[in-house]
Design a protein around this ligand. Sequence first.
Ligand SMILES: NC(=O)c1ccc[n+]([C@@H]2O[C@H](COP(=O)([O-])OP(=O)(O)OC[C@H]3O[C@@H](n4cnc5c(N)ncnc54)[C@H](O)[C@@H]3O)[C@@H](O)[C@H]2O)c1
Length: 327
Amino acid sequence: MAENKFHSVDLSSFSFLVTGGAGFIGSHITDYLLKHGARLVRVIDNLVTGFEINLESFSGNKSFEFFKGDISNPDDCKNACSGIDFVFHQAALGSVSRSIEYPLSTHQTNSTGFINMLVAARDSGAKKFLFASSSSVYGDEETLPKKESKTGNPLSPYAVTKVTNELYAANFFRTYGMKTIGLRYFNIFGPRQSPGGPYAAVIPLFIEAMLSGKEIFIDGDGNQTRDFTYIENAVQANIKAMFADNPQSYGKVFNIAAGRNINLNQLVQLLGKITSYTKSPVHRPPRKGDIRNSLADISLAENHFSYKPETSVEEGLKKTVEWFRNK
Ligand SMILES: NC(=O)c1ccc[n+]([C@@H]2O[C@H](COP(=O)([O-])OP(=O)(O)OC[C@H]3O[C@@H](n4cnc5c(N)ncnc54)[C@H](O)[C@@H]3O)[C@@H](O)[C@H]2O)c1
């Protein structure tokens, strides 16, 4: 990750909790905080989809603590929040398909785990609570670009959990004055995103397959669009939102995306060029619960905390392929 600085406060006075910090997005937030001199960065993760290897580079750092715990356990959340100033809540069971197959475990981590974390952060007196929401909350609302104020019916149990998170966070602001901010991520990609398992995201899956000369599979006709967003842009959003100190942002949610979309066929072409892969993709039936088109209006995040994506999809894909090559 670039040495970009997205904050002006001195991080050495503060302690941070990153839930899900052994995962893809959480490990990049952890990386940023440690690189910029945070006093303490604690990660809580049960390693269900995260990896200790993502934390390896922090292990010698005196400001880093790893707590192997589960957010569906209120005591683990209480211990994780003890002495913490700022919370970046990233832990969740991702994947629309997984949630359709396993709604209960998705609910347990994403909904029960979420309210456990809110209560623990409130009780420990955390100054702010930022959390990962998702573009899936737009569900069957088809208007493009997506604006925060206009959501539809959720299309999966996963989306229901993210809608629930947003409602709880807004309510904790109204009821307890807790400074909560939600970031609706749109298809974040980059180094450390896992290509493994049945619920992997499309970019790491394609890159890994292309680099090893295997077939790639597209669910549906490939004309479905996504607002693919490089990880550094998501880190920027987290850091800027946390430190902007804009009282108008509390209890609200913001689209975090590139603000530009491409379809899956175009993604395959771009990646094919970067990896010199020439095989044609195999098309399979479309997946349940998937939205057809996605594109974010990112002006609210820009207005509230000066979010401005700096890395384009093309540049991000090159950096990601490079990382997978050297892994
Ligand atoms: N990657 C994306 O494109 C995207 C898009 C929208 C929303 N999100 C959200 O962003 C957040 C981070 O996603 P990610 O892509 O980094 O996924 P990830 O799976 O890489 O990271 C999630 C982390 O949470 C941990 N975790 C899961 N259940 C836990 C539990 N019960 N207790 C403690 N730790 C637990 C996992 O082990 C993992 O390390 C999630 O909330 C996800 O829903 C991601």
